[in-house]
Design a binder for this molecule. Structure first.
Ligand SMILES: [Zn+2]
Length: 314
Protein backbone atom coordinates (compact mmCIF):
# COMPACT_ATOMS: atom_id res chain seq x y z
CA UNK A 1 0.00 0.00 0.00
CA UNK A 2 1.34 3.43 -0.83
CA UNK A 3 2.04 5.97 1.85
CA UNK A 4 -0.82 8.20 0.71
CA UNK A 5 -3.44 5.46 0.72
CA UNK A 6 -2.24 4.38 4.14
CA UNK A 7 -2.79 7.92 5.39
CA UNK A 8 -6.26 7.95 3.85
CA UNK A 9 -7.11 4.67 5.48
CA UNK A 10 -6.04 6.01 8.87
CA UNK A 11 -8.19 9.09 8.40
CA UNK A 12 -11.18 6.90 7.74
CA UNK A 13 -11.11 5.20 11.11
CA UNK A 14 -13.01 7.73 13.26
CA UNK A 15 -15.71 8.05 10.62
CA UNK A 16 -16.32 4.36 10.45
CA UNK A 17 -16.38 3.93 14.20
CA UNK A 18 -19.26 6.39 14.31
CA UNK A 19 -20.96 4.78 11.35
CA UNK A 20 -20.57 1.39 12.99
CA UNK A 21 -22.75 2.44 15.92
CA UNK A 22 -25.76 3.42 13.90
CA UNK A 23 -25.77 0.74 11.26
CA UNK A 24 -27.83 -2.34 11.83
CA UNK A 25 -25.43 -4.29 9.69
CA UNK A 26 -27.48 -4.57 6.55
CA UNK A 27 -28.03 -0.94 5.64
CA UNK A 28 -24.38 0.09 5.68
CA UNK A 29 -22.60 0.77 2.46
CA UNK A 30 -21.46 -2.76 1.78
CA UNK A 31 -23.86 -3.28 -1.05
CA UNK A 32 -25.92 -5.60 1.10
CA UNK A 33 -29.41 -6.09 -0.24
CA UNK A 34 -30.39 -9.17 1.60
CA UNK A 35 -32.70 -8.11 4.45
CA UNK A 36 -31.98 -10.58 7.21
CA UNK A 37 -29.18 -12.30 5.43
CA UNK A 38 -25.78 -12.53 7.05
CA UNK A 39 -23.39 -10.07 5.37
CA UNK A 40 -20.10 -11.78 4.59
CA UNK A 41 -17.13 -9.94 3.18
CA UNK A 42 -14.41 -12.11 1.66
CA UNK A 43 -11.06 -10.77 0.55
CA UNK A 44 -10.80 -12.56 -2.82
CA UNK A 45 -12.38 -15.19 -5.01
CA UNK A 46 -11.60 -18.64 -3.54
CA UNK A 47 -12.63 -17.45 -0.07
CA UNK A 48 -15.71 -15.74 -1.50
CA UNK A 49 -16.62 -19.02 -3.18
CA UNK A 50 -16.26 -21.02 0.04
CA UNK A 51 -18.32 -18.48 2.00
CA UNK A 52 -21.09 -18.51 -0.60
CA UNK A 53 -21.21 -22.31 -0.72
CA UNK A 54 -21.21 -22.74 3.05
CA UNK A 55 -23.63 -19.88 3.68
CA UNK A 56 -26.07 -20.70 0.90
CA UNK A 57 -29.29 -18.68 0.95
CA UNK A 58 -28.69 -17.41 4.45
CA UNK A 59 -25.79 -15.17 3.48
CA UNK A 60 -24.95 -12.33 1.13
CA UNK A 61 -21.30 -12.56 0.14
CA UNK A 62 -19.26 -9.78 -1.41
CA UNK A 63 -15.58 -9.62 -2.27
CA UNK A 64 -13.02 -6.93 -1.46
CA UNK A 65 -11.15 -7.78 -4.66
CA UNK A 66 -13.28 -6.81 -7.67
CA UNK A 67 -14.29 -9.69 -9.94
CA UNK A 68 -11.62 -10.51 -12.51
CA UNK A 69 -9.02 -8.36 -10.74
CA UNK A 70 -5.69 -9.78 -9.68
CA UNK A 71 -5.70 -9.90 -5.83
CA UNK A 72 -1.99 -9.71 -5.01
CA UNK A 73 -1.59 -5.96 -4.77
CA UNK A 74 -5.10 -5.03 -3.77
CA UNK A 75 -5.59 -1.53 -2.44
CA UNK A 76 -8.67 -0.60 -0.43
CA UNK A 77 -10.45 2.73 -0.43
CA UNK A 78 -11.55 4.18 2.91
CA UNK A 79 -15.10 3.16 2.03
CA UNK A 80 -13.97 -0.42 1.46
CA UNK A 81 -12.14 -0.40 4.78
CA UNK A 82 -15.37 0.80 6.39
CA UNK A 83 -17.19 -2.14 4.80
CA UNK A 84 -15.21 -4.48 7.04
CA UNK A 85 -16.82 -3.08 10.15
CA UNK A 86 -20.33 -3.35 8.76
CA UNK A 87 -19.89 -6.95 7.64
CA UNK A 88 -21.17 -9.67 9.97
CA UNK A 89 -18.32 -12.00 9.05
CA UNK A 90 -15.01 -11.21 7.35
CA UNK A 91 -13.11 -13.99 5.59
CA UNK A 92 -9.53 -13.22 4.59
CA UNK A 93 -6.05 -14.70 4.36
CA UNK A 94 -3.47 -13.02 6.57
CA UNK A 95 -0.06 -12.48 5.01
CA UNK A 96 -1.40 -12.35 1.46
CA UNK A 97 -2.93 -8.92 0.88
CA UNK A 98 -1.27 -6.24 3.01
CA UNK A 99 -4.13 -3.77 2.58
CA UNK A 100 -6.60 -6.32 3.93
CA UNK A 101 -4.35 -7.19 6.86
CA UNK A 102 -4.23 -3.50 7.77
CA UNK A 103 -7.97 -3.05 7.35
CA UNK A 104 -8.67 -6.03 9.64
CA UNK A 105 -6.26 -4.59 12.18
CA UNK A 106 -7.91 -1.18 12.04
CA UNK A 107 -11.52 -2.25 12.10
CA UNK A 108 -11.20 -5.38 14.24
CA UNK A 109 -14.36 -7.07 12.94
CA UNK A 110 -16.12 -9.19 15.57
CA UNK A 111 -16.26 -12.33 13.45
CA UNK A 112 -13.21 -13.08 11.35
CA UNK A 113 -12.03 -16.19 9.58
CA UNK A 114 -8.32 -16.18 8.74
CA UNK A 115 -7.73 -18.81 6.07
CA UNK A 116 -4.01 -18.85 6.83
CA UNK A 117 -4.80 -20.15 10.31
CA UNK A 118 -7.73 -22.31 9.26
CA UNK A 119 -5.69 -24.09 6.60
CA UNK A 120 -2.69 -24.37 8.92
CA UNK A 121 -0.35 -22.38 6.67
CA UNK A 122 1.46 -20.45 9.36
CA UNK A 123 4.13 -22.96 10.35
CA UNK A 124 6.69 -21.80 7.82
CA UNK A 125 4.81 -23.30 4.89
CA UNK A 126 2.80 -26.32 5.90
CA UNK A 127 3.33 -27.76 2.45
CA UNK A 128 7.10 -27.51 2.50
CA UNK A 129 7.76 -30.04 5.22
CA UNK A 130 4.97 -32.43 4.34
CA UNK A 131 6.70 -33.62 1.21
CA UNK A 132 10.09 -34.98 0.39
CA UNK A 133 10.83 -32.58 -2.46
CA UNK A 134 13.73 -30.82 -0.74
CA UNK A 135 14.95 -29.10 -3.86
CA UNK A 136 11.77 -27.27 -4.64
CA UNK A 137 10.91 -26.56 -1.05
CA UNK A 138 13.55 -23.86 -0.97
CA UNK A 139 12.03 -22.01 -3.91
CA UNK A 140 9.24 -20.86 -1.62
CA UNK A 141 11.32 -20.25 1.42
CA UNK A 142 12.95 -17.02 0.37
CA UNK A 143 10.64 -14.07 0.81
CA UNK A 144 7.26 -14.63 2.35
CA UNK A 145 5.01 -17.61 2.61
CA UNK A 146 3.55 -18.91 -0.64
CA UNK A 147 -0.09 -17.79 -0.42
CA UNK A 148 -1.59 -20.00 -3.14
CA UNK A 149 -2.93 -22.76 -0.90
CA UNK A 150 -6.40 -22.76 -2.52
CA UNK A 151 -5.04 -24.66 -5.52
CA UNK A 152 -4.54 -27.68 -3.25
CA UNK A 153 -8.10 -28.92 -2.71
CA UNK A 154 -7.11 -30.91 0.36
CA UNK A 155 -6.46 -27.67 2.26
CA UNK A 156 -9.89 -26.18 1.56
CA UNK A 157 -12.25 -28.21 3.79
CA UNK A 158 -10.68 -26.78 6.95
CA UNK A 159 -11.45 -23.29 5.67
CA UNK A 160 -15.04 -24.31 4.94
CA UNK A 161 -15.34 -25.62 8.50
CA UNK A 162 -13.98 -22.38 9.96
CA UNK A 163 -16.46 -20.39 7.86
CA UNK A 164 -19.31 -22.61 9.08
CA UNK A 165 -18.25 -21.99 12.69
CA UNK A 166 -18.10 -18.22 12.22
CA UNK A 167 -21.47 -18.12 10.48
CA UNK A 168 -22.97 -20.20 13.26
CA UNK A 169 -21.73 -17.73 15.86
CA UNK A 170 -23.50 -14.91 14.06
CA UNK A 171 -26.59 -16.88 13.03
CA UNK A 172 -27.12 -19.87 15.36
CA UNK A 173 -30.43 -20.75 13.67
CA UNK A 174 -28.43 -21.66 10.57
CA UNK A 175 -26.07 -24.02 12.38
CA UNK A 176 -27.37 -27.21 10.74
CA UNK A 177 -27.42 -25.64 7.30
CA UNK A 178 -23.85 -24.36 7.61
CA UNK A 179 -22.64 -27.70 8.94
CA UNK A 180 -24.21 -29.73 6.15
CA UNK A 181 -23.13 -27.24 3.47
CA UNK A 182 -19.55 -27.34 4.74
CA UNK A 183 -19.63 -31.15 4.77
CA UNK A 184 -20.99 -31.29 1.24
CA UNK A 185 -18.36 -28.83 0.05
CA UNK A 186 -15.66 -30.84 1.79
CA UNK A 187 -16.79 -33.90 -0.15
CA UNK A 188 -16.55 -32.01 -3.42
CA UNK A 189 -13.00 -30.94 -2.59
CA UNK A 190 -12.16 -34.56 -1.76
CA UNK A 191 -13.62 -35.69 -5.08
CA UNK A 192 -11.59 -33.04 -6.92
CA UNK A 193 -8.45 -34.20 -5.13
CA UNK A 194 -9.18 -37.74 -6.28
CA UNK A 195 -9.64 -36.54 -9.88
CA UNK A 196 -6.30 -34.75 -9.79
CA UNK A 197 -4.57 -37.69 -8.17
CA UNK A 198 -5.73 -40.18 -10.75
CA UNK A 199 -5.57 -37.70 -13.64
CA UNK A 200 -1.93 -36.86 -12.97
CA UNK A 201 -0.77 -40.28 -11.81
CA UNK A 202 0.78 -41.38 -15.10
CA UNK A 203 2.29 -38.57 -17.14
CA UNK A 204 5.25 -38.42 -19.49
CA UNK A 205 6.54 -35.20 -17.97
CA UNK A 206 6.28 -33.50 -14.60
CA UNK A 207 7.64 -29.97 -15.12
CA UNK A 208 5.13 -27.13 -15.40
CA UNK A 209 6.34 -23.71 -16.52
CA UNK A 210 3.99 -21.02 -15.27
CA UNK A 211 3.74 -17.22 -15.46
CA UNK A 212 4.06 -16.72 -11.73
CA UNK A 213 4.63 -19.25 -9.00
CA UNK A 214 1.00 -19.79 -8.13
CA UNK A 215 1.05 -23.56 -8.41
CA UNK A 216 3.52 -24.57 -5.70
CA UNK A 217 0.91 -26.18 -3.48
CA UNK A 218 -0.71 -27.93 -6.41
CA UNK A 219 2.65 -29.13 -7.74
CA UNK A 220 3.73 -30.53 -4.41
CA UNK A 221 0.43 -32.25 -3.80
CA UNK A 222 0.47 -34.05 -7.13
CA UNK A 223 4.16 -34.67 -7.65
CA UNK A 224 4.84 -31.99 -10.25
CA UNK A 225 7.70 -29.54 -10.43
CA UNK A 226 6.82 -25.90 -10.90
CA UNK A 227 9.08 -23.48 -12.72
CA UNK A 228 7.75 -19.94 -12.42
CA UNK A 229 8.85 -17.31 -14.91
CA UNK A 230 8.05 -14.70 -12.25
CA UNK A 231 8.14 -15.41 -8.55
CA UNK A 232 5.25 -15.72 -6.14
CA UNK A 233 4.22 -12.15 -6.98
CA UNK A 234 2.84 -11.83 -10.53
CA UNK A 235 3.92 -8.18 -10.80
CA UNK A 236 7.61 -9.03 -10.54
CA UNK A 237 9.32 -8.67 -13.94
CA UNK A 238 11.55 -11.62 -14.76
CA UNK A 239 15.18 -10.68 -15.43
CA UNK A 240 16.87 -11.64 -18.71
CA UNK A 241 18.96 -14.08 -16.68
CA UNK A 242 15.82 -15.71 -15.32
CA UNK A 243 14.36 -15.99 -18.81
CA UNK A 244 17.53 -17.71 -20.02
CA UNK A 245 17.40 -20.06 -17.05
CA UNK A 246 13.79 -20.99 -17.76
CA UNK A 247 14.64 -21.42 -21.45
CA UNK A 248 17.43 -23.86 -20.60
CA UNK A 249 15.10 -25.78 -18.34
CA UNK A 250 12.42 -25.98 -21.00
CA UNK A 251 14.92 -27.46 -23.47
CA UNK A 252 16.48 -29.85 -20.97
CA UNK A 253 13.26 -31.28 -19.66
CA UNK A 254 11.41 -31.36 -22.97
CA UNK A 255 8.63 -29.03 -21.83
CA UNK A 256 6.04 -28.61 -24.59
CA UNK A 257 3.84 -25.92 -23.07
CA UNK A 258 4.34 -22.65 -21.27
CA UNK A 259 1.36 -21.73 -19.16
CA UNK A 260 0.01 -18.24 -18.88
CA UNK A 261 -2.82 -16.86 -16.76
CA UNK A 262 -6.11 -15.16 -17.20
CA UNK A 263 -5.56 -12.10 -15.00
CA UNK A 264 -2.06 -11.01 -15.97
CA UNK A 265 -0.68 -10.22 -19.42
CA UNK A 266 0.42 -13.31 -21.35
CA UNK A 267 3.11 -11.32 -23.16
CA UNK A 268 6.20 -12.67 -21.41
CA UNK A 269 4.98 -16.26 -21.59
CA UNK A 270 4.06 -15.91 -25.25
CA UNK A 271 7.37 -14.34 -26.22
CA UNK A 272 9.31 -17.00 -24.39
CA UNK A 273 7.23 -19.79 -25.93
CA UNK A 274 7.74 -18.37 -29.42
CA UNK A 275 11.50 -18.09 -28.84
CA UNK A 276 11.66 -21.70 -27.69
CA UNK A 277 9.26 -23.07 -30.28
CA UNK A 278 6.82 -24.51 -27.72
CA UNK A 279 3.09 -23.95 -27.25
CA UNK A 280 1.14 -21.95 -24.68
CA UNK A 281 -1.98 -22.78 -22.71
CA UNK A 282 -3.95 -21.25 -19.86
CA UNK A 283 -3.46 -22.49 -16.33
CA UNK A 284 -5.73 -20.44 -14.13
CA UNK A 285 -4.42 -19.65 -10.62
CA UNK A 286 -8.03 -19.12 -9.52
CA UNK A 287 -7.20 -15.78 -8.00
CA UNK A 288 -10.30 -14.28 -9.59
CA UNK A 289 -12.98 -15.31 -12.05
CA UNK A 290 -12.88 -14.08 -15.62
CA UNK A 291 -15.99 -16.00 -16.62
CA UNK A 292 -19.14 -15.56 -14.55
CA UNK A 293 -20.48 -18.87 -15.73
CA UNK A 294 -17.54 -20.62 -14.10
CA UNK A 295 -16.70 -21.38 -10.49
CA UNK A 296 -13.84 -22.83 -8.46
CA UNK A 297 -14.56 -26.42 -9.47
CA UNK A 298 -15.14 -25.67 -13.15
CA UNK A 299 -11.83 -23.83 -13.41
CA UNK A 300 -9.99 -26.49 -11.38
CA UNK A 301 -11.26 -29.14 -13.79
CA UNK A 302 -10.18 -27.08 -16.80
CA UNK A 303 -6.76 -26.75 -15.20
CA UNK A 304 -6.55 -30.51 -14.78
CA UNK A 305 -7.36 -31.00 -18.46
CA UNK A 306 -4.69 -28.48 -19.50
CA UNK A 307 -2.13 -30.19 -17.28
CA UNK A 308 -3.00 -33.61 -18.66
CA UNK A 309 -2.53 -32.40 -22.22
CA UNK A 310 0.70 -30.49 -21.51
CA UNK A 311 2.26 -33.37 -19.56
CA UNK A 312 0.93 -36.15 -21.82
CA UNK A 313 -0.86 -38.01 -19.05
CA UNK A 314 -2.35 -41.39 -19.73
ZN1 LIG B 1 -0.61 -15.43 -7.19
Amino acid sequence: MSRSSRALALLAVPALLVAGCSSGGTDAGSGGTGGDRVAVLASFYPLQFVAAEVGGDRVEVSSMTPPSAEPHDLELSPAQVADLSSADVVVYQSGFQAAVDEAVEQTRPAHVVDATQAAGLSEGGAHADEHEGEEHADEHEHGSLDPHFWLDPTLMPDVADAVADALTEVDPDGADTYRSNADALGERFAALDEEYRTGLATCERDVIVTSHEAFGYLAERYGLEQVGISGVDPEAEPSPARLREVGDLVRESGVTTIFFETLVSPKVAETLAADLGVGTAVLDPLEGLTDDAQDYFGVAEQNLEQLRVALSCA
